[in-house]
Design a protein around this ligand. Sequence first.
Ligand SMILES: [Zn+2]
Length: 417
Amino acid sequence: MRLFALLVKVLCHSCDISNSHLTRREAPGFRHGEVSRAARKQHTTIDVFLNTCYSRGMKQTMLLKLGPTSEQHQALLDTMHQFNAACDYVASVAFAEKTANKFALQKVVYGELRTTYKLAAQLAIRAISKASEAYKRDKSIQPHFKSEGAVVYDERVMSFKGLLTVSLLTVAGRVLVPFQVGEYQAARMDAIKGQADLIYRKGIFYLAVTRDVPTPAPEEVTDTLGIDLGIVNLATDSEGETFSGEAVEKVRQRHHALRQRLQKRGTKSAKKHLKKLSGKEARFRKNSNHVISKRIVAKAKANGQGIAIEELRHIRTRTEARLRRSQRSRHSSWSFGQLRSFLSYKAALAGVPLHTVNPRNTSRTCSECGHSAKENRKSQASFVCQACGYTDNADRNAAVNIARASVMVPIVSSLRA
Ligand SMILES: [Zn+2]
């Protein structure tokens, strides 16, 4: 008996913006790396698909692992090959005719897709759509499609039969393919949209189904939790709690040493190992960012606070300016952008308002008296006000300033003169 697993992977709606990633849950027994890779690879496809079908909003994508019989497996694979060959054909026509117009293309290619490529009407329409979208993105080249690229299924060619089976139209007719859901997934199956991507990775078929995720209206808050993103402490809030990057740093150092050895070796297997390593580190980083952002949002929610963070584009410049060279590699290997994006979608899902503030002077201004000077910043870790003598952890001091800036509370400046 095959082991089934249902995976839930939430993808952002527009991946180039990539600030609306949703939570990920995995069924026990699932091999982590496999999902991440599969999910990452299908990311682009799904996004394109979502962009064309829905208005902006939060989408959750659940990956259902299918358990087809060997005949069903073959039928799905044949369909996938035909579908992508059809996409290639449509793209060649689009490129030759210099048109991305779906209706114009349909007139020309539809008959061919039905007869030569043996596609069902709905899959033919989807192939036209996929090819047209790809051509539209860059009209200077003729798009090509991998033979095992995703197939878009909609409700006319796919239907769920209860919680355990899905009916899919293939070039060999309809197949009833089993899959298994856990409690978490089962509760969410009803909200699934009538469209899905059929994905094939390492010999396994997945169905990526999407559903709308309701986002509550932001709650009324009277207080703000400021968050300073840093290096030693990945995040520090204005109440002084730190979210350490220690574990992350250990992993990074270990990988760094290993990477150097592998690079020196330079063999084919070393290169393969290197690639694997960078994937591993990225997954670890992502998981840490999930954990940290989740804790921050939960805290703000419990305290009835909004969250304030620095505007993204400033973080890097500002932080790098105060770093020694030796620390830079450490910094650049972390992803503030990801932590920030996780914070923003998790806050939206929880109804916690999130503000971004201009980080100018947040690290060098005294949160007690408002005196702003470079000299206040004694080191990476400590803040000592040159005007009033106030001392604090540098990150916490910055976080307090960020919290204030977000609600336009002017920093008291009476002592400045
Ligand atoms: Zn001061």
